[in-house]
Design a binder for this molecule. Sequence first.
Ligand code: C2E
Ligand code: MG
Ligand code: MG
Length: 699
Amino acid sequence: MTTAPLPVQDLPDLFRQALDASDHAALITDLDGIIEYANPALLQISGYELEELLGAQCRIFQSGLTTPSVYQALWQTLRGGAIWEGELLNRRKNGELFWQHLHITPLKSGDTVSHYFSSASDLSEQRAIQQRIDWLSTFDPLTGLPNRSQFVNRLKSAIQDVIGTHHCLTLVHLDIDSFSAINERYGEQESDRILKQVGETLRGTIRHGDILARLDGDEFGLILHNNQIDEQHPEAVQRFMDSISGPISVNGIETELSFSMGIAGFPGDGSDADSLMHSASTARLAAQAEGGNRFMFSHGGPVVSKNARLDLIGQLRRAIDKDELVLHYQPQVSLFSGEISGFEALVRWNHADHGLVQPAQFIPLAEETGLIIPMSEWILDAACRQMRDWNRQGLPALRIAVNMSARHLHMKTLPEKIAQLLAHSGLAPWQLELELTESMMMHDVAVVIGIVDQLKNLGVQLSLDDFGTGYSSLAYLSRLSINALKIDQSFVRDITSNPVNASIVQATIAMAHKLGMRVIAEGVETEAQRIFLRRHGCDEIQGFGFSRPVPAEQAGQMLREGRRLESSTPAADDHDLPTLMLVDDEPSIISTLRRVFHHQGYRLLCANCAADALELLAVNHVDVILSDQRMPDMTGVELLSRVKELYPKTVRIVLSGYADINAVTDAINKGAIYKYFTKPWDNEILREEIRRVFYTLRE
Ligand code: C2E
Ligand code: MG
Ligand code: MG
């Protein structure tokens, strides 16, 4: 075999400089893995000095934690002359582990492979964030107990385990009586302390193998194996109740804590996890309706009567025909401009006897019975028509968000229905935002992805609601091309006092932005929460702090009055803001664009000819430049080709008419420009596209 010259010596100076300057870790080894070149980025990530690496075996980075089969595949691929790409868990000099995504290429000298070149990006931060998100999406950060989604999964597997055996399961649904009164009286911090303490007490009562979870707010769930409590032995249940109830001290005052408990057994009270959960929670509601401080078994409770349920279903069915459903609208506010950026439509049932009934009390039943389909169609139609009405009154064209139901999302005809609805109402597709939840998308993934793609093609926006309460893989999310992510209120609630939630919110914002998504925080009630979110780059907020959901009339009034956040925190210093340059010879276009990007958190620079633009570029750092194509002194493409040479890091975008498309496409192919938008443009879409460009710059 001919010995190839050392690539390190062989490297033309320019290439070497490029490798040295790369922020990706680069390494060149000989065929035995002996290191011949390492760039500064690798030294920084690994903590080694260059002298320590040159001549060393590349095994020096191995952590011993990557499975041997990965290395076998790696060497097999390389020896076959092909490129290997994959992830390795490596170790720094100081012993710390770090993940790398590697791309290893065999380098040839003539026909023979002489060296291997590896280029890697550091995945540690991304992995750590993913792990945190994974933990927080399956555990409740306050009590450290599993959360609802994990509980349901564990219930499903517990059911699978006992099917076909003589064993049985008991599901207990527990709720603290009058917890909202405790909350109001003693405040959030004390209430959290009580919840923690209840979690501890319950933990002390369960046997090994049983499962305890915090389902939501003050609700806990237990999965018990083998008849530890059943109807034949109510005294055992009473003993359990007694062991967890009683006085506790809050702020030095004794307060009596009691529970309502619903009990359902498998297989008697339900054949799967959903029906069992439903049976236990209905029994719990029955116990509560009887005044609380009691337990009820699923099949004996008076409230669970079939007739009452049938009656309620009938009423709900008629509610749609009788026009008893109403929509309330809750504004979403931009943290950059302080202005209302959209509304979420939230349904209520105006019941003849019970007044305004909240969705939590009838949506689950509607889901279960399928009534949710006609109901959702009514809601979509009403929401689109309302936004269209506001537009017709000359109020700003904004987004209207509508909550989707799982059943509706799985209907193959949904995209067609939505297309008809948009055509019928005359609403621009981007104005409709469909809110999906993680759990909705976890079943029949292939079907859902198909439907979601079709919805996207219609031009409607998609957001992911209640983020953090389900289980989402970020890879999956990025495949769905979601426009916005709504951080669930359970994270926002104690964001200023709970470091775990604060860091998860920060990580979520960073991650969502990397994926090009807008972030909306839900349930923002206080100024401190708002400032925190603003500081960490959250785009929008929705919550009682700005406004509760209100009837259409009041929402329209807010728009007419131009209601906005009182003290939208200004960004620290204009010069710290990312810079957007606008170039157009038409003064009216410049002023329209100024308005479009006003209050969006950018520093704006404007030029009305290419020469001015170049002058401004010479004295200012510009992140993104948006230029007209037809200008008297120079075309946009020409200007941007020069910018590419002078300031390669500036992202270059052209705004052009259809007539110029050929020149522009050619420029894109040559890499002179990054993107083009056509005139006339849609303000909201342009704003969103530019926002996405800035997100990618933050990486
Ligand atoms: P969601 O989609 O997450 O809606 C947000 C809920 O949070 C609303 O409750 C809203 O009133 C409440 N909220 C907003 N800001 C705050 C705040 O600052 N503090 C607190 N504590 N709460 C706040 P709402 O209207 O009771 O709706 C509850 C859920 O019912 C919704 O959760 C959604 O899942 C479902 N829902 C509501 N309307 C519809 C609908 O039209 N269709 C479907 N399928 N589901 C709906
Ligand atoms: Mg929602
Ligand atoms: Mg939500």
